[in-house]
Ligand binder design. Structure first.
Ligand code: FAD
Length: 317
């Protein structure tokens, strides 16, 4: 059975949930083989096996930490070529998409980004124009390179494995001069919020201009639900919330089980970042707000009243 490569998204070996989603999808299409780049593999080994990575390619090179994405694209391309992989799956993050684009060029393959589903024959589903259209597409040239939005599927452990029966192959990569042209000089970690990562959270509570700059009710509800906090561009541009939390066309794309939009009107550029959420709840004082058209549940009311009520109610349960 042909291998489907999955680029492992991890922090020092702590594997992100999105990788488990990719492994779950890869099992439909062939034999999943994880590609682990960087340090910390020992911490990741069992998780990758449990979710069906029959094989793991491991490249432990300092270049991944020191330089931007080119070393990762080169390593992945080398492994894709030598393994004769039938396809490559990556997470739809800014980094994942940049690696995917470079990889597709190196392999001479077609690329599909922001898939929300991948079928057994690597046909993908994308949701576009604020969910107005569903596109079914297939790469016709080379091994498909596909980026998949977080939360596209629920990760499922593979049957019949305790995670320790897969094989691993250490790979050495000779990087090109181009791989070391852009060096990382500094990293500034964001202040820890204790909340889940926005693109991975299964619940997101977002605030917009309707918050008037006070995100306390949004954050309190998010904490009661164990959710991440998001923001519209109007809120970000006003300096009320950091850009890292902006959702939409020029921000992050989320696809949680539950998305709650408070004081957000529903501009198409915002919808572009959250339209594939499984259940959408809206709190807006204007019953004519366009965002209600996308809502599964809507409350017409002032978020400064509705959100604290919801938070208090959840607190009682
Ligand atoms: P508004 O549109 O002003 O809506 C505020 C809403 O809050 C209204 O519906 C109002 O009824 C409601 N409200 C007010 N007070 C209360 C209250 N007390 N309680 C409850 N409801 C209340 N936007 C994004 O979000 N993300 C993007 O990535 C993005 N990218 C863009 C890219 C481009 C190229 C362009 C041109 C625009 C982009 N925008 C983006 C901006 C987008 O067009 C909208 O301007 C923006 O989404 C509006 O944010 P908002 O809904 O918070 O504000």
């Amino acid at each position: 059975m042909a291998e489907i490569l999955v680029l492992v998204d991890h922090v020092d070996g702590a594997v992100r949930k999105t990788t488990l989603e990719l492994l779950t999808l890869a099992r439909r299409a062939g034999e999943p083989a994880a590609v682990f780049l960087g340090s910390g593999y020992d911490a990741a080994r069992e998780t990758l096996g449990t979710y069906g990575a029959a094989k793991v390619y491991v490249v432990e090179a300092p270049e991944f930490e020191q330089y931007l994405v080119v070393p990762k694209a080169e390593a992945l391309a080398q492994i894709a070529r030598s393994s004769g992989a039938a396809g490559v799956l990556l997470t739809s993050t800014p980094e994942g998409k940049e690696i995917a684009a470079r990889l597709a060029v190196k392999l001479g393959s077609g690329i599909i980004t922001d898939a929300v589903d991948v079928a057994a024959d690597l046909t993908t589903t994308q949701s576009v124009f604020a969910g107005e259209y569903t596109v079914t597409a297939q790469v016709t040239t080379g091994a498909p390179v596909i980026t998949v939005k977080p939360n596209a599927v629920t990760p499922e452990a593979a049957d019949g494995t305790d995670g320790t029966d897969g094989t691993e192959e250490k790979v050495t990569v000779a990087f090109s001069d181009a791989a070391t042209k852009a060096r990382i000089v500094d990293r500034k970690p964001r202040a820890a919020t204790g909340r889940p990562e926005l693109t991975e959270a299964s619940i997101v509570v977002s605030g917009g201009r309707g918050t008037g700059g006070d995100f306390a009710p949004v954050e309190a509800l998010a904490d009661a639900l164990g959710a991440a906090v998001g923001a519209s561009r109007a809120a970000v541009d006003s300096g009320w919330y950091p850009h890292a939390y902006q959702i939409g066309q020029t921000g992050k794309t989320v696809s949680p089980q539950l998305y709650l939009a408070a004081g957000i009107s529903g501009a198409i550029q915002h919808l572009a970042g959250m339209q594939t959420s499984k259940t959408i709840v809206v709190v807006n004082k204007d019953p004519e707000a366009p965002v209600f058209a996308l809502a599964d549940f809507g409350v017409v009311g002032d978020l400064r009243t509705v959100l604290p009520q919801a938070t208090a109610e959840i607190g009682k349960r």
